[in-house]
Design a binder for this molecule. Structure first.
Ligand code: WAQ
Ligand code: MG
Length: 247
């Protein structure tokens, strides 16, 4: 689903579900699009496509940890350090974060999808700087729902936003070309974000932006050498269902 008003991205969501669940899930998405803190949607698009079950792979979610920080500048400094720990040069992290913080679309607003940033040159690699790259076709495995919700309930985090962000981060981290993903929401009332990587898991940082700000987004730090079109195609179209973390 994607909802917009004029050029402004309001909200989007993607699921990977069995046929019997489509009607309920679509109606939940419609409600979300119609009552969104980023404003009233003018246009709401749904796209439903069949995915043969034999193409769907099953993986484990990343480990989930949470870092407390006093305020968002401290959160950003910590996020930069967490990405630096993965070997990305500090100047490249700082420049990419500044672009995200300033509104990464050509109009200086949030994008619909993610920025791709080269860890070698710091350059933006996504073909369309307004749209970005939208990761799709991922969800919790239906048999995993209860296990995952039990884990999250213990942490006080059992809500759809955390589940969707965790699933998305876990899919992005599957690809060896991606060193790290950085995310904070474009919803003015949600300030928690994360740094995710195959190496260190989904590291939530409780304050990554100023409350009230509508500028948010995602950056996938991409290492050189691989085939970029292949990565984008996997991010967009490879269907993956997730179970709880393996340990
Ligand atoms: N693929 C790529 N980029 C996306 C996608 C996607 N499927 N969905 C959203 N984005 C980008 C887009 O630029 C949005 O503006 C931005 O991310 C933020 O999306 O553990 O709510 O859905 O507490 O507002 C993270 C922390 C919450 C959750 C993230 O993001 C937690 C969030 P939002
Ligand atoms: Mg949002």
């Amino acid at each position: 689903m994607r909802a917009s008003r004029g050029e402004k991205h309001i909200s989007g969501a993607e699921r990977l579900l069995e046929y019997s669940l489509l009607e309920d899930a679509t109606s939940v998405m419609l409600k979300r699009a119609l009552n969104h803190v980023r404003g009233k949607a003018e246009k709401i698009c749904f796209k439903l496509q069949p995915v043969p079950s034999r193409q769907v792979s099953k993986r484990n979610l990343l480990n989930l940890t949470t870092f407390e920080v006093a305020d968002w500048p401290q959160g950003r400094a910590l996020a930069a350090q967490l990405i630096g720990n993965l070997g990305v040069k500090s100047s490249i992290v700082q420049e990419a974060m500044a672009q995200l913080a300033g509104g990464p679309s050509p109009a200086g607003e949030a994008m619909r999808g993610a920025m791709l940033v080269s860890t070698e040159t710091g350059q933006r690699l996504e073909p369309d700087k307004t749209r970005g790259v939208r990761v799709s076709r991922m969800d919790l495995d239906k048999d995993a729902g209860q296990r995952v919700e039990a884990l999250l309930t213990d942490m006080g985090l059992n809500n759809p936003r955390v589940i969707e962000a965790w699933t998305l981060a876990s899919k992005v981290a599957l690809y060896p070309q991606v060193v790290a993903a950085l995310c904070w929401s474009d919803d003015p009332d949600y300030i928690t974000g994360y740094v995710a990587s195959a190496q260190n898991g989904n590291q939530r940082v409780i304050r990554l932006k100023e409350a009230g700000s509508e500028i948010g987004g995602r950056i996938f730090f991409v290492r050189p050498g691989g085939d970029l079109n292949d990565l984008i195609s996997h991010l967009q179209y490879e269907p993956v269902l997730f179970d709880a973390p393996s340990h």
